[in-house]
Design a protein around this ligand. Structure first.
Ligand SMILES: Nc1ncnc2c1ncn2[C@@H]1O[C@H](COP(=O)(O)OP(=O)(O)O)[C@@H](O)[C@H]1O
Ligand SMILES: [Mg+2]
Length: 254
């Protein structure tokens, strides 16, 4: 399983250094945390990795190969999936269909074959449907399969987004505040799923405001503040780092 690496990555928006020479690694089989106050640059990091935003400087590699100039669809095909801080679903499609969209990357028979209804495509569809049901069960969402995604409660919409992101069995998944707005029971259920995904070999990057949640789940944590990496390492040590404590003062509640 490949590792994701950022080397001296920067993103400038005009005069603003939203991300300033950041280096980090998301190894396989682990949950890596990225924390920091609002506006620290966390989502910008995810947007650069996933090919949504171009880098100003630096390099991003997957398995040692640069993906820094790849478009979003290419990065996805290379095994890097993501969720969005602001949920993006097809609100009028069913939960099942939203999950099915996630299989697109591994679609073996191809879109044309599907349109023509060729047997290989029908086999793919059937196989994907079975896999989609596996995911729905794993996320305890099978009762909602035929619901319109847009009508679901917020926490359930987040689950749909996550199922879609991992449907294609990515090597690396970037989760931008996946438990925001969830209660403790819901976030604990997701924590269990995150651990299972990491145990299966996937590399997870978990962006989160809730420091306790990250500390419990992550092997290593990186801390961004105003675009700069101010600390990294063992979660217990990082959250006691005076610079990190200072960065969070006055921002608790976010
Ligand atoms: N597309 C953009 N254009 C201009 N400024 C942006 C853009 N995206 C983010 N920013 C700015 O970059 C900084 C980091 O934002 P963001 O990455 O969203 O932070 P975080 O996710 O840590 O809250 C903020 O000051 C934000 O206003
Ligand atoms: Mg953000």
């Amino acid at each position: 399983m490949p590792s994701l690496k950022l080397e001296n990555v920067a993103k400038h928006f005009g005069g603003l250094k939203a991300v300033d020479k950041v280096s980090m690694e998301v190894p396989p089989g682990e949950i890596t945390g990225l924390i920091g106050p609002n506006g620290a640059g966390k989502s910008t990091v995810v947007n650069m990795i996933s090919g949504v935003l171009a880098l100003t400087e630096g390099d991003i590699t997957v398995d040692g190969v640069s993906v820094a100039t790849d478009r979003a669809d290419i990065v996805a095909r290379k095994g890097v999936a993501r969720t969005f801080q602001n949920i993006r679903l097809l609100p009028e499609a069913t939960v099942l269909d939203n999950v099915m969209i996630g299989f697109h990357r591994r679609e073996e028979a191809g879109v044309l074959a599907q349109m023509l209804g060729l047997p290989a495509a029908r086999r793919d569809t059937k196989r994907f449907e079975e896999k989609a049901w596996d995911l729905l069960r794993r996320f305890r969402m099978e009762d909602f399969a035929e619901y319109e995604a847009g009508n679901l409660a917020y926490g359930h919409q987040r689950r749909v987004e996550m199922m879609r992101a991992i449907a294609a069995e990515p090597d690396i998944v970037l989760l931008d505040e996946p438990v925001a707005g969830m209660n403790d029971v819901e976030s604990d259920e997701l924590a269990t799923i995150f651990r299972e995904l990491a145990d299966s070999g996937m590399g997870l990057l978990l962006i989160e405001h809730n420091v306790g949640f990250v500390t419990r789940l992550c092997k290593k944590v990186y801390v961004l503040d105003s675009g700069r990496m101010i600390a990294s390492g063992d979660p217990e040590a990082v959250v006691r780092d005076p610079q990190v404590v200072a960065a969070y003062i006055g921002t608790s509640g976010h």
